[in-house]
Write a protein that binds this ligand. Sequence first.
Ligand code: CUA
Length: 350
Amino acid sequence: MGAGNFLNAQSQKKNRIRKLAFLVLAILVWASTSSAQDSFSQPSLLNPAAEPAAGILDFGLLVIWICLGIFIVVFGALVFTLIQFRAKPGDEEKEPPQVYGSEQLELAWTIIPILIVIVLGLITAGRIFVLQKTEPPPESLAIRIVGHQWWWELQYEDYDFITANELHLPVNQVAFLDLESQDVIHSFWVPQLSGKTDLVPNRVNHMWIEPHETGLFVGQCAEYCGTQHAHMLLRVFVHTEEDFEKWVADQKKEARRVASVQAGRETFEQTACINCHTVRGVTEIGQFGPDLTHLMSRTTIGAGAAANDRENLITWITDPDHFKPGARMPAMKLDESEIRQVADYLMTLK
Ligand code: CUA
């Protein structure tokens, strides 16, 4: 290989390193700006709005800081050694000093890691103890959540009504959740409020949430549970105490009866709709599908699959597979005018 070729290869290598460094820098800049922009719009666990999410984040950050400290010490020592003890001209002749064992060093790198592990272990145990309450604390709101393929049944046990997919909570009060599943394993996850907890058939898991901010927090099923796993979304509305009580009072009422939509109600009552859906005050046989007593108080249908409006309700009743392929609700094969009548009836269930 000639000298020219060698120089060429050297400069190509330098160019490649420069390009790589630029790429890494660009990725870092992109990651930092995009995470800063998204922290308010995305359901990020870095932006907690409740306990235990805030405590989990604090603990995660503590672990990261400790690991960063270890990283700096280890890499500092490594870089120092590489520079200080690098081969100098004339070193080829000499043998470096041969050191066998150092009691101080060995004690240091045994005791310090043990202390770190003990401290992290104790804090972890403490946090698990706080997280895994199996008894509801006094004054907490009891809610039973049942996972279905593919939606969430929300039973407000203290108030004796059932709703679906959109959880409403009062701010600054502990909600104690009993989680179970009708079919396969699901996982309840609203990142800004808490970590994940599985919903397992024939078993009751518990979790608690104490929201500290009002607003809407979104989440979703975090365990693959079948075709529509990705469309098993969750909305949690955190209200002031006053607004929450108003919402509860509305939910406790029986379904409205509006005379002008009687045709739609009769169609609903005379088809298989009632085998799956309850409308309190009208028909209470159905348990398989979401309770529709106050359907229009919800912002979405199909566990977040579509906005809850007349047009989407018509599309949904005509063919649930349109929004959720594989949805367990069958198309009822009603004719167009019946479908419109049923949608008009549903629109009155406020
Ligand atoms: Cu339910 Cu994934």
